[in-house]
Design a protein. Structure first.
Length: 94
């Protein structure tokens, strides 16, 4: 699939294309869930810098996610990439 290192850079690049206030709440939460699933606690700072939520809002939402992430696999980095593509993001090839 993806390596964590390339994902981190690729995800950051994709997040730059997604305006947190330009998507609906369910998609906003889906992006947070995808970051949580991929990075766990280490992804919180990335999520907070992207999400532009009210003070403590992202951390509160983050704590509501299961420790093992989204076990159904319905939300993952593909969700982030798909949303970013709607805003013109293109995956870079090496």
């Amino acid at each position: 699939m993806f390596s964590s290192y390339s994902n981190h850079l690729e995800v950051y690049d994709a997040l730059l294309k997604i305006t947190a206030w330009g998507i609906d709440y369910d998609e906003w939460v889906s992006v947070l869930m995808a970051l949580h699933r991929e990075y766990g606690a280490a992804g919180l700072s990335m999520a907070e810098s992207w999400a532009q939520g009210a003070q403590g809002e992202v951390a509160k939402k983050w704590k509501s996610f299961k420790a093992k992430g989204n076990e159904t696999g319905a939300v993952g980095l593909g969700t982030v990439f798909s949303i970013a593509m709607r805003f013109g993001w293109e995956r870079k090839t090496e």
